[in-house]
Design a protein around this ligand. Structure first.
Ligand SMILES: Cc1cc2nc3c(=O)[nH]c(=O)nc-3n(C[C@H](O)[C@H](O)[C@H](O)COP(=O)(O)OP(=O)(O)OC[C@H]3O[C@@H](n4cnc5c(N)ncnc54)[C@H](O)[C@@H]3O)c2cc1C
Length: 536
């Protein structure tokens, strides 16, 4: 359905069951869960789906080895249960969205023999907690195996490594696919639609005022329940609801960088366990590049947080100790920063120590706020939140379905399906594999568009093709050129220069498809220049 038609239907809606505000992992997961139980649902996102934190993560599906370390060192049961639950959710994540996810081996390098028992025991405990959902046994990797799987590792003093397994996924597309999964079941989902005010009847919350950020038109929507899933912005909406509410959130920023092709993607990710601030760092293979992250700095609210030079310096300083040759700023092709929505803990000395769990609150007026958590646990968070809403509003609906529901694109997906794209549409193997892993079973629709003279690459040495731009406009609610270049396709997150190279063609295709006038084209071009000239 086109956005104009979706907005028309939202405006014409009588009182709906559930309004979800926020189109990140949490909000999209909730919309999918709620509509699949039989509730009438509207999901609104003020920017694009996953334009906030959910499109700026490390893209790992994990229980969290670091949280396990903290659980053991501090004998912390909450951390322990959080890891266990995360590992359980990892299984559903990989099973229900296999096109966007895969298991990933990771290596923790050993430079001192005495580290071996400590790391080995920790990772064996991680295996144990994974239980029947283990992705493979962790264990010692010899020097030869370690450098074979991670050839970039500095070899001086290296003894070997410890290998373990987690999952990796495409975060922006996962949020989008969850929104599309909800839409497919009847939810009305709209991006660039902000909740700018809440509506009350006496003390009771009865809906919200929504603003179309593309036209600035405002209208009201009535709902039996309203969910605040605005991530780092959670306290803003809570204040709109209850002006004297005590803040629940602390935000900290995390930055990632991507290295150029002189650092080819290794077979395994690298877990660096010794950092200046006693955290961990990852160097991960990601879409043909090396992704490095992350940092943890207290930070203020910002819809588009900027990467600080000190974050880049921090990452490079650590990389220079473990990679050979040591990278410099010239090797960075893209960087971005995201805000962690952390539940405030007055006892935590620094933000990296705050428990990554989530909290659900129902205010006196009836606003449900859900904050905290992590991407990996989006499904469980949604289940708990919808359970709470259903109980509170006495909705008579089915129980949670999402443990077994395939996410949009995963229906009838087969790992070797890319071969059909090569055979039936004569696509190159690289493009076929990429489309198959991005769009799942809908890759055939993109390939059909490609067959209409739209199979040209959007930039050098990338599998991304022109047909994807039209598909994003027609079937994936892409409204702005930047939505396409950053989130429907991974171009700008991988390489700013490649995104700049693709930008003119993306603008041409979108303006022809959407019938943009000269003024809109100029505005789109300006936005692209602004966003692509700085770290995202
Ligand atoms: C650097 C970093 C790395 C991470 N890595 C991982 C990882 O590898 N694995 C993992 O499991 N987790 C990871 N996380 C955690 C995970 O990314 C977050 O927990 C998760 O994405 C939060 O999702 P969310 O939907 O709550 O917030 P968001 O993604 O921020 O979504 C909230 C949305 O609400 C919208 N919004 C705000 N106000 C309004 C309004 N008034 N009207 C409409 N919309 C509004 C915002 O635009 C935003 O899109 C990482 C986090 C960070 C910062």
């Amino acid at each position: 359905m086109k956005r104009t038609e979706i907005l028309k239907q939202i405006k014409q809606s009588a009182e709906i069951d559930l309004l979800v505000i926020g189109g990140g992992a949490t909000g999209c997961g909730i919309a999918f869960d709620a509509v699949s139980r039989g509730l009438s649902v509207v999901l609104v996102e003020q920017n694009d789906f996953a334009e906030g934190t959910s499109g700026r993560s490390s893209k790992l599906i994990h229980g969290g080895v670091r949280y396990l370390e903290m659980a053991v060192k501090q004998l912390d049961r909450d951390q322990y249960h959080l890891v266990k639950e995360g590992l359980h959710e990892r299984f559903y994540f990989l099973r229900n969205a296999p096109h966007l996810c895969h298991p990933l081996p990771l290596i923790s390098p050993l430079y001192k023999w005495w580290q071996l028992p400590q790391i080995w025991i920790g990772l064996k405990l991680y295996d144990f907690l994974s239980g029947q959902h283990s992705l493979g046994p962790s264990g010692y990797a010899t020097f030869a195996t370690t450098v074979a799987e991670f050839p970039l590792l500095q070899r001086s003093g290296l003894k070997g490594g410890i290998r373990y397994y987690d999952g990796q996924f495409n975060d922006s597309r996962m949020a989008l696919e969850l929104a599309l999964s909800a839409a497919k079941r009847g939810a009305l989902v709209a991006n660039h639609l902000a909740a700018v005010d809440l509506q009350k009847n006496g003390d009771k919350l009865v809906g919200a005022v929504l603003e179309d950020r593309l036209t600035l038109e405002r209208f009201e929507l009535s709902a039996k329940a309203v969910v605040n899933a605005t991530g780092p912005f959670g306290d803003q909406l809570r204040t709109l609801d209850q002006p004297n509410s005590v803040p629940m959130l602390t935000t900290s920023s995390g930055c990632h960088i991507v290295l150029d092709e002189s650092y080819p993607p290794p077979q395994a990710g690298l877990l660096i366990t010794e950092t200046e601030d006693d955290r961990v760092l990852f160097v991960l293979p990601w879409m043909g590049r090396c992704l490095v992250g992350t940092t943890d700095q207290e930070a203020g609210l910002n819809e588009h947080p900027q990467v600080a030079q000190k974050d880049i310096d921090y990452l490079l300083r650590h990389l220079q100790k473990v990679l050979d040759p040591p990278p410099t700023a010239d090797n960075i092709t893209a960087s971005w920063s995201g805000l962690r929505p952390l539940v405030h803990d007055p006892k935590a000395h620094d933000s990296s120590r705050i428990l990554r769990d989530f909290v659900i609150e129902e205010s006196v007026s009836g606003l449900f706020t859900i904050v905290g958590g992590k991407w990996t646990s989006y499904r469980r968070m949604a289940e708990k939140l919808v359970d709470r809403v259903v109980a509170s509003r006495r909705f008579s609906v089915a129980a949670c379905q999402t443990e077994t529901l395939a996410v949009h694109g995963a229906e009838n997906w087969h790992p070797n399906g890319w071969q059909t794209l090569v055979d039936a549409f004569s696509l190159s193997e690289a493009t076929a594999r990429y489309l198959h892993a991005s769009y799942g079973c809908y890759a055939t629709e993109v390939a059909r568009l490609a067959a209409q003279d739209l199979s040209a690459q959007l930039a050098d040495s990338t599998p991304c093709i022109e047909a994807e731009v039209l598909y994003a406009c027609r079937s994936e609610l892409a409204e702005r050129a930047i939505d396409v270049l950053v989130r429907r396709l991974p171009l700008a997150l991988l390489d700013n220069d490649l995104a700049k190279q693709a930008a003119p063609r993306v603008l041409d295709l979108m303006s022809a498809e959407k019938g943009w006038d000269a003024q809109r084209c100029a505005a789109e071009k300006q936005l692209l220049e602004k966003r692509l000239s700085v770290a995202l």
